[in-house]
Write a protein that binds this ligand. Structure first.
Ligand code: AHR
Length: 483
């Protein structure tokens, strides 16, 4: 075995096109994600564009942010969209995940959709099935997308937007097996059929997302929908990684466990795909929408392995290099499943859970996960192809330490390669010329903060020719993209 890992990009073995939607995000009215995170209000001393903080807005423009889901999460099943339009907005209880806040509805439909346009993101609206009605969701769709001069369209016009917004993606509830109403799969399936039928009448171009869960739920739900596949465009699943121990004080074993859990997200996608395939075959292409994913550390969790419990918190957790590596492991799987996965949305975009961006007062900083997204930019829209990795280091469980993903676009190739080994560096031979963007730091537990925003950042590093290709030295626990 050579001591270096040699990569071969198999351009003929294509997995599928990496839809930009696989690099989507999620903004929920939870803790300080929306209020105080992306939105500070028009009167804020923090520089803002129409109420949205400018530093965050500019950072989002510079990172792949092709898709943004809103307003929840669990919040969506309490949200009444009419509260967030027009000049006078009622204050309501904002509820999600056990938190209750005073919600002045300053950030509503127009603000959100205009923000999406500003940052170059496609909007994905999650409708309220838990405490709403079919009519309420149909009205929201009509309000956003219709061009016939109905009362709702006139109202949209008088609120400043004559043109239809043309929002394509509509979630019919969220986690309806839990916070979205504790349905069983059969009753949710029936309810979904009613909602989706009516929504399709209002806008046949809307892409509707049904709410999946675990294997048992997904099988039963698809059984209910097998003769109504024409009502389903995307099948939502969520996957949080919870077995990696503390956000910063983790053991070697927990470091590897978290990466393994991130890898296993791909198995969940494959399992879900098989269930859908079994139920509807080729009658209808239903994409899998992994519309919440990421690390959820025990410090901000009251359930699952190592949960700390205690008081309800604001869901703000450490965001380290290890978490970014877990995201990169997941991206490898997303690329391999590019043909089944129609979107993926990390939870959540600012401050909450595995946030790419954090804020505190007027300070803003980027987390290592931000840089993980940024370095994958060359892959968006490319063809994901197989990469062969031969030789090189092994991890304690015997699996290869060096893993990689590659895409081709026109005649260009992009390769992202990880060294998952916690303690040893890896030498990698890469068949692509160029320089690399490297994400590395002394410790996997390193993170950025208001006083050290640049501890974990991307650095340009050169590749050295060795006669057979180009060689890149990857430090322990690091990742690089060569494009
Ligand atoms: O992202 C936080 C919460 O996790 C969401 O509101 C919910 O959908 C999920 O349980």
């Amino acid at each position: 075995m050579p001591e270096f890992a040699a990569l071969t990009v198999l351009t003929d073995e294509v997995f599928g096109t990496v839809s930009p939607r696989l690099y989507g995000h999620f903004a929920e009215h939870l803790g300080r994600c929306c209020y105080d995170g992306i939105w500070v209000g028009r009167g804020s001393p923090i520089p803002n564009w129409n109420g949205f903080r400018l530093d965050v807005l500019n950072a989002l423009k510079a990172m792949p942010t092709p898709l943004l889901r809103w307003p929840g999460g669990c919040y969506a099943d309490h949200y009444h969209w009419r509260d967030g339009i027009g000049p006078s907005r009622p204050v309501r209880l904002g509820m999600s995940c056990g938190l209750q806040v005073e919600d002045d509805n300053g950030l509503g439909t127009h603000e959100f959709l205009d923000y999406c346009k500003q940052i170059g993101a496609e909007a994905y609206l999650a409708g309220n099935m838990g405490s709403g009605s079919v009519q309420e969701m149909c009205d929201w769709l009509e309000y956003c997308n219709a061009s016939v001069q109905t009362e709702l369209v006139k109202e949209r016009t008088s609120n400043g937007h004559a043109e239809p917004y043309g929002v394509k993606l509509w979630g019919v509830g969220n986690e309806n097996w839990g916070c979205g109403g504790h349905y069983d799969a059969d009753s949710y399936g029936l309810e979904y059929r009613r909602y989706a039928t009516m929504l399709q009448h209002v806008d046949p171009n809307a892409e509707l997302v049904t709410c999946g869960h675990n294997k048992e739920w997904n099988e039963r739900l698809m059984d209910k929908l097998r003769h109504h596949a024409f009502l389903v465009d995307h099948f939502s699943i969520h996957r949080y990684w919870v077995t990696g121990g503390s956000g910063t004080a983790f053991s070697d074993e927990q470091y590897y466990k978290l990466l393994r859990e991130a890898d296993e997200t791909e198995d969940f996608v494959k399992e879900t795909r098989a269930i859908i395939q079994d139920a509807v075959g080729d009658k209808k292409k239903i994409g899998i929408a992994l519309d919440e994913w990421g690390v959820w550390h025990p410090e901000v969790r009251q359930w699952g392995e190592d949960a700390v419990g205690g008081d309800l918190n604001n869901y703000e957790q450490a965001c380290t290099l290890r978490d970014a590596l877990a995201a990169c492991a997941a991206f490898e799987g997303f690329h391999r499943q590019a043909d089944s996965l129609s979107m993926a949305n990390i939870a959540q975009i600012v401050n909450v859970l595995q946030a790419p961006i954090r804020t505190e007062g007027d300070a803003m900083w980027l987390t290592p996960t931000y840089h993980a997204f940024a370095m994958h930019e060359p892959h968006l829209g490319g063809q994901a192809v197989r990469v062969l990795v031969e030789g090189g280091l092994s991890l304690p469980d015997g699996s290869p330490a060096v893993t990689a993903t590659a895409t081709t676009k026109d005649s260009r190739k992009a390769v992202t390669v990880m060294n998952r080994h916690l303690h040893e560096g890896a030498t990698v031979r890469i068949p692509v010329e160029g320089s690399a963007k490297l994400l590395a730091s002394d410790r996997a537990s390193d993170e950025n903060g208001p006083d050290s925003p640049d501890r974990v950042v991307l650095r340009e590093v050169g590749l050295t020719p060795d006669g057979n290709g180009w060689v890149l030295e990857l430090p322990p626990h690091s990742v690089a993209t060569i494009a």
